[in-house]
Each structure stands twice: as structure tokens, then as C-alpha cells.
Write a protein that binds this ligand. Structure first.
Ligand code: GAP
Length: 487
């Protein structure tokens, strides 16, 4: 049983593997660092989270439409966006172990070992030095605090250098005159696919400002990672929405989306105290204002989603580099002049969440090792995933009590009726209690059992995952009940 949060994190990772949620990538070759594969129930849970986000962004907002841009983009995209020059983190190497650390991760890990006030003082010094790009000051801070490498145990550090996080690959079969002409990057964020399509989307979907473009898809970053499971990956998925607004209104829209996104998280029923805002002091190269919505993972409060007011930086940069106008004609009347606002480059408020990180937040919150008191005074235990019913991979398990007396046939008929409506699972092997436990462990919110009484009165037993209570229900009410709960 998990006794503390680090144990809980390890228990969640082990559970995710054992029950088909997440596997290390290419595990038979000992895995690939910070790359993971999603198994049968993991890919279903991930899809449900993605769909939940997509529906809330597009279907439920008349002024937001979706796209699906390619991962490869013209290399100039990344020059224009600033990623070639700025998408880097300060790194430091330990000369003895040759291990490389992100400077902020190294200092944060040390701060966690200190008393609260001391740790906070160290972090605020770090924030100040990072926001001034003061690498000499940061190295001195590491030295003064005698921060050691976890592998060599020494303080023998190199100078701090910037390290670009983008992956490069070669494009096409022909050999270009200059080697760099063949280079393309694996996108480090999905946002740029939205910016370069801004006018295509605005014109074809006939959108009027303010409007948004949403996208989900893979992103790649050559992260320096310290065993954080799917929290920090080298290949991951983002769900991003860029909201295009009239310049001067971006502050109000930033506030709107900051609140709106937290409401979306709370709509899943996870308690509010598991979330908090973190306003940025050091802003990314494109940002005017930025904050994170942090979630309390088993590894502590960490960034789950970013909300950024990006100004007109991205569209202006693409306009500059592509020499194509990326402007919008606004024929609304400006009350100050009595004339239309006219042509301008819109400002952007972005909401950006990692799908894998969202998956980890939902999974780690849902995971519970429960002790159950028995009527005879003894106790039993179970591992249950209390996943929100609308996200659960399997919504309904259909279980005949025995393999005989025509019960499997009745259960199969119910399965046929239900599987068109939501994801169902049929199982007749093992004792019913064992089957319930397996469904608890993968988060199935409802199980129905077909027994001999079903033959007499067309009722089944429905068992609720969270309370383990059971009641009888007419077979023809099952679909309605489950649909009501997952809506
Ligand atoms: N377009 C803005 C952008 O990409 P970001 O803060 O770098 O901003 C947004 O990333 C979100 O993507 C983060 O809040 C996080 O949820 C997720 N994310 C970023 N890097 C990640 C990684 N290496 N592994 C998993 N998720 C990551």
C-alpha cells in the first residue's frame, strides 16, 4: 500500500503498466528514455480526455474551429517563431558524472530538501537570476548552496550554457547544396501550425474576431528529464487553442480564458484545492502575460496548463519572414473615431495543455488503495480508479453470474444492445468478486450482473464502482442510466 506521495507515484506507474494504461516505449529493448506507449485502456482514456477538450472548445464555442496541421513545417517557421534562437533552457553539466541538468530543475530539487523558508528564499533568488539571464549568478548560487550531482556526488560543474530543445531531421531524398537546407524540425509546439493557417481558417470558416483555432497533436522536445514518467516526455501531445482578438482587448481576454480554463478542469469533479494558478515572472520570448494552472501531482504542485497572452508577436513575425500579410479587416465601428477599426494584426491569447500531463493528473487523482471493512469484522482491500465516468475507458461491464443456464446468451444480447452506445466489456471467466475487482482497477464505473432472476423478471444487478453498492434494475433501463451518468 502507498504510504507517501513518492510511493503513490511509483504505485501509479506500476498500476498503469500492469493494467494496460502506459508502457515504456520499445520495452523489449529496455525502453527509450522519456518516451511511452499507451496500452488498450490508456489509449481509450487518452482519447476520451482529448474528445472532452475538443468538444468543449469547438462544439460548445461557436467562435472556435479546429484544424489538424502537419508535424513537419517549413523550417523558416521556427526561425520566425523564435524557437531556433530562443527555445532553449540553461543547462549545466557535472564534469565527473557527465550528467546534464536543467539549471532550474537542479536548484528546485535541492530546494525541496531544505526547510520551507530556506527553500523559498533559494527559489526566489533563482527566479530573479533566471529572469535576468544571469548565468554567472546562477552558477554562483549552485556553488554557494553546495548543490551536488546526484550521480557523482560532487560540485564539479561546468559553466551554464543554453541548449536548444528542438529535434532536427533530414527532409527529402535529394542532397541540398548546403546541409542546413535539408533540415526540418519536429514541431516543439502545435501552436505554429495554427498561426501559419490563420488566414486560411479565418477566410474559409468565415470567422469574425474574436475567434479561436483549436488543435490537438504531437509535439517533440529534447528534454533533459529526471524520471518523471509521462509528466515530462520527449514525444508528447498538446491540446492548444489560439484566440485571436482586437489589439487592446487581449488583457480582458487573457483574464477570461484564465478563469474559463480552470472552470473546465473543475467540471471533471476533481476538488478545487488540487489546482492553483502560478503567475509567471520570467516570461517566454513571445509572452506579454502568462500563468500556469498547476495541479497537485504525487510529485507536488506542477504545471498542467499554460495560458499566455502572446500579443501580435507570432503573426507579426510570420508576416515579416514570409512577406505575406497576415492581417484582419475589422469593419466594426471604433467609438473613439466613429470609423471602422480597419486592418490590423490580431493579438493572441493561447491556452495550452499537455494531453499526457492531463492524463497523469486524472489517473493519479483517481488511483486509490482502499481498505474495506467486512461484515465478519475482518477487512479486505482493493485498488480502485475513481475516474470521472465520462472519461473512463470502459463504461459498462456485462457479467453473466455463471457460464451456464443460458446466462451468457442473455448477457451477450445486452452487450449487443449497449456497445453501440458506449464502450462495454463482456467477461464470464472467474468468480464475480474477482471480475468486479478487475473492473475497479481499470476504473469501470458500472458493472451489471446477469443472474437466474434475470430470466424470470428481466432485471439485472447494477454495481457502482465507487460505493460498491448494488441494486436491481430492469434490463431496458440500463442504457438510459449509464448514458445519464456519462453525459
Ligand atoms: N504553445 C505554448 C507552449 O507550448 P508550454 O508551456 O511550453 O507552452 C504547454 O507547453 C503545455 O504542454 C504544458 O503546460 C504541459 O502541459 C505540456 N508540456 C510541455 N512540455 C511537455 C513535455 N516535455 N512532456 C509532456 N507535456 C509537456
Amino acid at each position: 500500500m502507498a504510504t507517501n506521495d513518492n510511493n503513490k507515484f511509483q504505485a501509479v506507474i506500476a498500476h498503469a503498466k500492469e493494467y494496460g494504461f502506459v508502457f515504456p516505449s520499445s520495452e523489449i529493448y529496455d525502453g527509450l528514455s522519456a518516451v511511452y506507449d499507451y496500452g488498450p485502456w490508456g489509449s481509450e482514456l487518452k482519447k476520451n480526455i482529448r474528445d472532452y477538450w475538443w468538444k468543449s472548445m469547438t462544439q460548445l464555442h461557436e467562435n472556435i474551429v479546429g484544424i489538424d496541421a502537419a508535424i513537419f513545417m517549413h523550417p523558416t517557421t521556427w526561425k520566425a517563431s523564435g524557437h531556433v534562437d530562443n527555445f532553449s533552457d540553461p543547462m549545466i553539466d557535472n564534469k565527473d558524472s557527465k550528467k546534464r541538468y536543467r539549471v532550474d530543475h537542479l536548484i528546485e530539487a535541492h530546494a525541496e530538501t531544505l526547510a520551507k523558508e530556506e527553500g523559498e528564499a533559494l527559489l526566489s533568488s533563482m527566479d530573479r537570476l533566471l529572469s535576468g539571464d544571469d548565468f554567472a549568478g546562477l552558477k554562483k548560487l549552485i556553488g554557494d548552496n553546495k548543490i551536488k550531482c546526484s550521480v557523482s556526488g560532487t560540485c564539479n560543474w561546468t559553466d551554464i550554457r543554453q541548449f536548444n530543445l528542438m529535434f532536427k531531421t533530414e527532409f527529402g531524398a535529394t542532397v541540398a547544396e548546403k546541409e542546413e537546407d535539408n533540415i526540418v524540425y519536429l514541431r516543439p509546439e502545435t501552436a505554429q501550425g495554427i498561426f501559419v493557417n490563420f488566414l486560411n481558417v479565418q477566410k474559409t470558416a468565415r470567422m469574425k474576431i474574436p475567434f479561436g483555432i483549436a488543435q490537438t497533436g504531437k509535439a517533440f522536445r529534447n528534454e533533459i528529464v529526471a524520471r518523471q514518467f509521462i509528466f515530462r516526455m520527449r514525444e508528447f501531445e498538446q491540446m492548444e487553442m489560439q484566440f485571436f482578438v482586437r489589439p487592446g482587448t487581449e488583457g480582458a481576454w487573457y483574464k477570461f480564458w484564465k478563469e474559463e480554463r480552470l472552470k473546465w478542469h473543475l467540471s471533471l469533479g476533481i476538488p478545487a484545492e488540487k489546482y492553483r494558478y502560478h503567475d509567471h515572472i520570467k516570461l517566454a520570448h513571445y509572452a506579454k502575460e502568462a500563468c500556469d494552472i498547476e495541479f497537485e501531482f504525487p510529485i507536488g504542485f506542477k504545471e498542467l496548463e499554460g495560458i499566455h497572452s502572446r500579443g501580435d508577436y507570432d503573426l507579426s513575425q510570420h508576416q515579416l519572414y514570409s512577406k505575406k500579410k497576415l492581417q484582419y479587416y475589422d469593419n466594426d465601428i471604433d467609438p473613439a473615431t466613429g470609423k471602422p477599426y480597419g486592418n490590423y494584426v490580431p493579438c493572441v491569447v493561447e491556452t495550452s495543455i499537455g494531453l499526457d500531463r492531463m492524463f497523469l493528473s486524472v489517473l493519479s487523482y483517481a488511483y486509490e488503495e482502499e481498505t474495506i471493512s467486512k461484515e465478519d469484522g475482518g477487512s479486505d482491500s482493493r485498488v480502485v480508479l475513481r475516474l470521472p465516468a465520462k472519461l473512463a475507458p470502459i463504461k459498462l461491464a456485462i457479467l453473466p453470474l455463471t457460464k451456464k443456464d443460458g446466462l451468457p446468451e442473455i448477457a451477450r444480447t445486452i452487450m449487443n444492445d449497449c456497445q453501440d452506445e458506449f464502450y462495454c466489456f463482456y467477461e464470464e471467466k472467474d468468480a464475480i468478486g474477482k471480475r468486479y475487482r478487475r473492473m475497479d482497477a481499470i476504473g469501470t464505473p458500472f458493472c451489471i450482473t446477469v443472474d437466474h432472476q434475470t430470466k424470470e423478471d428481466q432485471t439485472v444487478t447494477i454495481r457502482y464502482r465507487d460505493t460498491m453498492t448494488q441494486e436491481r434494475l430492469p434490463v431496458n433501463k440500463v442504457i438510459e442510466l449509464v448514458k445519464g451518468k456519462i453525459r
